[in-house]
Design a protein around this ligand. Structure first.
Ligand code: ZN
Ligand code: ZN
Length: 278
């Protein structure tokens, strides 16, 4: 069994405001829990701030968690400086990500906290923070029973997709992925094969994608096609466009469900338990 909760579902930059209250305006962050007590956080967008406050209330003495960073575009790391558990001495946080453009993950994370940007540095964070770089094709073991398959996918500068397995529950996380003009990227389909839940980039409509195809994002139609090709049970449309308001996203959901009934719009606060019972 795995429990998933969405804390940030938006791409680009946080977009709070009256038009985004139902879906939410925070950038990517997804909480994953297993019954063994493993806590895995997917991406450290602005959504991780509120998750951090909730975790502090739940684990005031000691928190152990892993943060998997799909890639270091700002919307996937910008919340980390405000992740309160990173400030507590007794917590242990393992951050997994990648070296990018020859810069080590640690330098990149410290880089967004240089004195020109923020009044505190990565070194000032008191938790035990372990920063580890992942490689394409690697399988991480988290706790005793949770496996994470890591695959490098198409996006400017690259991105990691994750397939997380615990017992019979399978979650695939594939945000910020593009499928080129020649069709679906088979690596994404393989990573999502028969998953209970696929969380997939759905930033664009197909008209937007035709215009901005080289930005490395998918249309919601691409996401639906991956879900169908991979035979997943449910599909979370994710990494919503900054300009999409609640009404537009609910319309996308209706259209997506007409093609694949298991599709839905990911929104902040949504919780899902895996495996999905049919
Ligand atoms: Zn992004
Ligand atoms: Zn990106």
């Amino acid at each position: 069994m795995m429990k998933i909760r969405f804390w940030g579902v938006r791409g680009g930059v946080p977009v709070p405001g009256p038009d985004t209250v139902r879906v939410g305006g925070n950038t990517p962050c997804v909480e994953v829990r297993t019954p063994d007590g493993d806590l895995i956080i997917l991406d450290a967008g602005s959504g991780i701030r509120l998750l951090g406050l909730a975790l502090q209330r739940e684990f005031p003495e000691r928190l152990i968690c892993a943060i998997l960073i799909s890639h270091t575009h700002l919307d996937h790391i910008q919340g980390f400086p405000f992740f309160a558990p990173a400030r507590q001495r007794h917590n242990r946080i393992a951050i997994f990500g990648e070296k990018r453009f020859d810069e080590h993950l640690e330098q990149i994370l410290a880089g967004q906290m240089r004195a020109v940007y923020l009044p505190f540095a990565l070194d000032d964070m008191d938790a035990d923070i372990l920063i580890k770089e992942m490689r394409d094709g690697e399988t991480l073991v988290i706790g005793n029973n949770t496996l994470v398959d890591v695959r490098r996918l198409e996006h400017p500068g690259g991105v990691f997709g994750f397939r997380i397995t615990h017992g019979s529950a399978v979650l695939t996380y594939a945000t910020d992925v593009g499928h080129g003009p020649s069709g679906l990227d088979q690596r994404v389909v393989d990573l999502a094969r028969s998953a209970d839940l696929l969380i997939h980039d759905a930033q664009f409509s197909s008209e937007q994608k035709a215009k901005y195809w080289d930005w490395g994002h998918s249309s919601w139609e691409d996401a639906v096609h991956v879900a169908l090709a991979a035979g997943v049970k449910r599909l979370a449309l994710f990494h919503h466009d900054m300009l999409a308001d609640d009404d537009q996203l609910e319309e996308v959901e209706r259209q997506a469900q007409a093609l694949f009934p298991g599709a839905f719009i990911a929104y902040e606060g949504l919780e899902i338990v895996l495996p999905v019972r049919e």
